[in-house]
Design a protein around this ligand. Structure first.
Ligand SMILES: Nc1ncnc2c1ncn2[C@@H]1O[C@H](COP(=O)(O)OP(=O)(O)O)[C@@H](O)[C@H]1O
Ligand SMILES: [Mg+2]
Length: 329
């Protein structure tokens, strides 16, 4: 299968302000290692999930992929070409093909614009040569696609007249209208009522099928992943600890962190999971280790060797893990 996107060893350290005591440790700088060598690939035309707890670096990765911020090192390969340092026309061309859906449907839409104009804006930027008639057609079609019907009625509304779920659909329509190849959805349902999350997830899933769009779906919540995902990467403290096909990873979780995430779920649909594989983490609040395996302080299986850095390695077909428990010798 072809990869539409490859993330190669991306690092991003944010400097921490230490102004209060900076006279005590002259010259020494502290960093938050938001991403500490992330590698992953996203196969074309499928839904890939990125799961990890809050603060693990998910949004930072999304912003780096979409060139909102630059990584300290590493590369982003889109459709076979390195876009990490592209500028001008080439960057613009990439932006047309990769779109983001944000977490907050309330702040992502301009309250002074009608739905019609909100969706028209990206067309005006990227498809200047479209006639007015073409624009109207596209806008109404995309509103139909996200189930905002009758589309002509919704087109006339302002954001304050819409529910949270409807707003998020407008945001999805806005990112769809320029026909991107990749959509990154950063926790698109986490601010919505539980009762309507399923509908939004279904819309996202359908898009990947009907419009052949690759979806990179970011969430802190494993429960929803299985319904829409084909592949999954599990992130902990700025590193991918496990990845592979969603069926393999969720039915046979290898990394203790993935096992702990599954333990937190008591949904019936996960009942076929091997209970012996599911563990409880210790020291739930302890910070990630500075070096070696980041999960060291929380892991019930920590060993001396875990003070070294584990590598993400293939353990079975389409299933990788970064953990010394599975070392061959
Ligand atoms: N611009 C920034 N400056 C400093 N620290 C940041 C910045 N952006 C993110 N961080 C820190 O990096 C870590 C990862 O953040 P983020 O990518 O937002 O995580 P997630 O989306 O998984 O919750 C957090 O500890 C966050 O506080
Ligand atoms: Mg986030």
């Amino acid at each position: 299968m072809r990869n539409i996107l490859e993330v190669q060893d991306v690092k991003k350290y944010f400097p921490l302000k230490t102004s209060v005591f900076s006279f005590m440790n002259r010259g020494k700088k502290y960093y938050k290692k938001a991403l500490d060598g992330v590698s992953l690939h996203i196969p074309e035309g499928r839904v890939s999930i990125l799961v990890g707890e809050s603060g693990s670096g998910k949004t930072t990765l999304a912003r780096i992929i979409l060139r909102a911020i630059d990584p300290d090192s590493g590369s982003i390969i889109f459709n076979g070409s390195d876009i990490t340092r592209k500028t001008g026309k080439e960057l613009r061309n990439f932006r047309k093909q990769a779109q983001m859906i944000h977490q907050d449907p309330y702040s992502s839409l301009d309250p002074l614009m009608k739905v019609f104009d909100i969706i028209k804006e990206p067309i005006d930027i990227f498809y200047k040569d479209y006639s007015n008639e073409e624009r109207i057609k596209k806008i109404l079609a995309v509103l139909d696609d996200v189930n905002l019907k009758p589309s002509a009625v919704f087109a006339e509304k302002y954001p304050h007249m819409l529910s949270g779920g409807e707003r998020q659909r407008v945001a999805i329509a806005r990112s769809l209208v320029i026909e991107p190849k990749l959509i990154i959805a950063d926790e698109p349902v986490s601010m919505l009522d539980v009762s309507i999350r399923g509908q939004i997830l279904q819309i996202v899933k359908q898009l990947s099928v009907t419009r052949k769009i690759t979806v990179f779906y970011i969430t802190h919540d494993l429960t929803t992943s299985r319904d829409i995902g084909d592949e999954i990467s599990v992130m902990y403290a700025g590193k991918i600890v496990e990845s592979g096909s969603i069926d393999r990873v969720l039915s046979n979780p290898l990394h203790p962190y993935t096992q702990a995430l599954l333990d937190a779920i008591s949904e019936p649909k996960f009942e076929n999971i091997d209970k012996e594989k599911v563990i409880r983490i210790k020291n739930f609040d302890s910070a990630p280790a500075e070096s070696g395996c980041k999960f060291f302080n929380r892991c019930p299986y920590s060993m001396e060797i875990c003070k070294k850095e584990p590598q993400l390695e293939s353990k079975e077909q389409n299933h990788n893990v970064s953990c010394f428990l599975y070392d061959k010798e």
